[in-house]
Design a protein around this ligand. Structure first.
Ligand SMILES: Cc1cc2nc3c(=O)[nH]c(=O)nc-3n(C[C@H](O)[C@H](O)[C@H](O)COP(=O)(O)OP(=O)(O)OC[C@H]3O[C@@H](n4cnc5c(N)ncnc54)[C@H](O)[C@@H]3O)c2cc1C
Length: 279
């Protein structure tokens, strides 16, 4: 049984996309739930404020963190075919996998469903927390279940996607489960196809006409990355957490009577579409 190493006075600047110089009093990584259990039994854990981070792309530290920062080192991407349905594939990824590496893997293996989510920074473990979304798709649409570590019982559980309360950039992990679970792995329900199925949202609309053929997963990935690069600076060059804004939700009457008159070109999506829009 290996001992857990707690780094002290640890510089975590490189672990956030803002790149603002920041240190944490304590820092630890775990490779599996057994190591996480040992961390949770330690004095360092019990006596400190604890924050679990992923890729640090949705966090802004305004001063040093006087507590314990945890980070998953659980890696791995595996595929399982559904026996009764040749088209459906479950892809299970460790929390520490980079989100975009997972998307790239799925696109390269003709596993359709997450290609619209190309280019989003961060790690797999945070994807159910924020319910990451962009270009008409959000993680909650394709999450089959989430393997979690329950901090209160110190047991591993599997929560079906339908129970996670996914909503527009929201989930129970951000609310009532905030201090309860650490995400260990996420299972995604995808299907075998090289053809992309969701090309009707925003700037993706008309892609088939522009390309002259039915868009493949690779086409959509390339297009999404191109659009994203034209809209947002690379956080490796200019530190950021992406867009800070969520689409505002207004009554249809207000939109038609006030907003459209003041600004006839204002983009709008129905609420069911907005719930899947870019963050
Ligand atoms: C340039 C840029 C563009 C972006 N574009 C988008 C976009 O299009 N759509 C979108 O939805 N988001 C976008 N984001 C925001 C961000 O990428 C996502 O919110 C992402 O899911 C955050 O992942 P992370 O691993 O960096 O999480 P962090 O920022 O490290 O953490 C975010 C939250 O998740 C929690 N968390 C992290 N890992 C775990 C875990 N294993 N278990 C439990 N809780 C955990 C943290 O405690 C924290 O509350 C963008 C950010 C940037 C910098």
């Amino acid at each position: 049984m290996s001992d857990i190493t707690f780094q002290t006075d640890y510089d975590i600047t490189h672990l956030t996309t803002f790149g603002i110089k920041v240190k944490t009093a304590l820092y630890a990584e775990y490779a599996d739930w057994k190591e996480l259990t040992r961390i949770c039994r330690s004095d360092e854990y019990m006596e400190n404020e604890v924050l679990h981070i992923g890729g640090g792309s949705n966090l802004l530290f305004v001063h040093d963190f006087n507590g314990l920062i945890l980070h998953s080192a659980i890696k791995g991407i595996v595929e399982y075919d559904r026996k009764d349905d040749q088209q459906t594939v479950f892809v299970i990824a460790g929390a520490a996998e980079k989100w975009d590496d997972l998307v790239q893997y799925c696109v390269e293996h003709n596993l359709a469903g997450m290609e619209n989510l190309s280019g989003i920074p961060g790690e797999v473990g945070a994807s159910p927390v924020q319910n990451v979304g962009a270009y008409g798709v959000e993680a909650g649409d394709i999450i089959h279940n989430v393997e979690v570590f329950d901090r209160t019982t110190r047991r591993v559980e599997t929560i079906p996607g339908e129970e996670c309360g996914f909503a527009y950039r929201d989930s129970k992990f951000k609310n009532e489960w905030r201090d309860r679970y650490y995400v260990l792995r996420v299972s995604f329900r995808l299907h075998r196809s090289e053809i992309a199925s969701n090309t009707e949202y925003g700037a993706l609309r008309g892609l088939e006409q522009r390309l002259g053929h039915v868009p493949t997963l690779r086409d959509v990935r390339e297009e999404v990355i191109k659009i994203r690069d034209s809209k947002l600076p690379n956080p490796a060059v200019i530190g950021s957490a992406g867009s800070f804004f969520k689409n505002p939700i207004v009554r249809q009457a207000y939109y038609e009577k006030e907003m459209l008159i003041a600004c006839p070109d204002i983009p709008r999506y129905r609420v069911d579409e907005v719930q899947q829009g870019s963050h």
